[in-house]
Design a protein around this ligand. Structure first.
Ligand code: AMP
Length: 401
């Protein structure tokens, strides 16, 4: 992860533009990691946030970290305390990490005042207070009161206008961290000047989640490859049987409109040629590949079939830009991960800009051990989708001042 952002290429300040020596730097990170039996089960988000904190510490800053964890809905929930995260940061990164019992109030204030240069103070879960998600100005001011400046490196929550992502910027000199910069640069390249041929790969459960993305990108892409659960709405819209496969009956017309739009614009929109189907939604259910498009009654489409994977991989060979959003099958079950794996392996071998749109697709690529082989794997699911849909992100807008 290289800290490449400069204020010359972004309309807001980078952490590099802030004087940090001796300063108290309030940093919003996305430390919303999965926990298992009270321990951090996956450190991907911690590793992604590390360069910005390391940089600030090396500059002699006193770093005050804040994040949400889970969905405690404005109340203290013991299972969502950030203590295990603090312990992991200490152990894995060797930082001196103090842990506050709340994110505002006397303990946080005393510990922030006592913090020494080169040390880290981790505030307790922001979402224990309803004022965080309500973007309450008084709450934001109390957070801001702990520090001299603010750095936002939580790209994953940049699509939310919360006190810790937007509110605090009213009270402190503010800048973006390296992860935020890297995300905006990589996704911005897709939005602005993608090299052609540009292929969009879409999967995931629902077509309704991807309509805006298709609308935004249809004028830029050369082709769209469809897979995942969303394909069945396209098939049903054309009168092709889908058996018990996941289907959005309310969106048949939407699917028809997308097909018509792609045809009118000369964009190749490809649907699977075959499917891997199962009798039940289980990894060990009776299963087979179909000969042709469509799912027989009594069966459920679980993954793209081998002919489809081969055809898609072949088409991708010519790509210069690929954006992939949504797994092509139920990748969480090994027998139905083959399609997504074939695509991920093909992307890993391309001489092209390959961008993975976060969330489940990032989890799939990670599962295949191919994260490092992509140009960029976004750490923000919802945020990356909204950014690519052309929306402005409140957490990013707030940094523009
Ligand atoms: P999304 O969050 O929209 O990208 O959807 C991701 C989810 O879609 C994953 O949990 C996949 O298991 C699921 N998915 C992919 N293909 C299928 C399918 N054929 N049937 C049901 N769910 C699927």
């Amino acid at each position: 992860m290289s800290p490449t952002m400069s204020s010359a290429t972004q309309p807001f300040k980078s952490i590099r533009d802030l004087p940090l020596k001796g300063k108290r730097v309030l940093m919003r990170l996305d430390l919303n990691v999965p926990l298992k039996e009270g321990k951090v089960a996956d450190t991907t988000r911690l590793t992604a946030a590390k360069p910005t904190v390391d940089y600030a510490l090396a500059q002699g800053a006193r770093v005050i970290l804040m994040s949400h964890l889970g969905r405690p809905k404005g109340k203290v929930v013991e299972a969502f305390r950030l203590k295990p995260v603090g312990e992991t940061l200490r152990r894995e990164f060797g930082w001196t990490v103090r842990i506050a019992s709340d994110c505002i109030g006397p303990d946080a204030e005393t510990q922030a005042r006592a913090l020494q240069p080169g040390e880290v103070l981790l505030l307790e879960n922001l979402r224990f207070h309803p004022e965080e998600e309500a973007n309450d100005p008084a709450f934001a001011k109390r957070l801001a009161g702990l520090a001299d400046c603010f750095v936002n490196d939580a790209f994953g929550t940049a699509h939310r206008a919360h006190a810790s992502t937007a509110g605090v910027t009213a009270y402190l000199p503010s800048a973006a961290g390296f992860l935020m910069g890297k995300e905006l640069e990589a996704l911005g390249r897709i939005r602005k000047n993608p090299a052609h041929p540009f292929w969009l790969i879409l999967g995931g459960a629902k077509v309704s989640d991807k309509i805006q993305l298709i609308d935004q990108l249809i004028d830029q892409v050369d082709g769209i490859l469809i897979g995942g659960g969303m394909q069945y709405t396209f098939f049903a819209a054309q009168g092709i049987g889908v058996g018990n496969s996941i289907l959005e009956k309310d969106h048949l017309e939407t699917a028809r409109q997308i097909l018509a739009k792609a045809e009118a614009k000369g964009v190749r929109l490809l649907l699977p040629l075959d499917h891997r189907i199962a009798k039940e939604f289980k990894p060990d259910a009776e299963q087979r590949a179909t000969e042709k498009p469509g799912v027989p009654d009594g069966w459920e489409g679980m993954d793209i079939g081998p002919k489809t994977a081969e055809a898609y991989v072949k088409l991708l060979q010519e790509a210069k830009t690929v954006l992939w959003n949504g797994p092509l099958g139920v990748f969480e079950m090994e027998p139905f991960a083959k399609g997504s794996r074939a695509i991920a392996e093909a992307l890993a071998g391309l001489k092209a800009v390959t961008v993975i749109g976060g969330g489940d697709t990032a989890a799939a690529v990670n599962r295949f051990g191919l994260t490092d082989r992509m140009t960029h794997v976004s750490t923000g699911g919802g945020a990356s989708l909204e950014f690519l849909e052309g929306k402005t992100l409140p957490g990013v807008e707030a940094l523009k001042g």
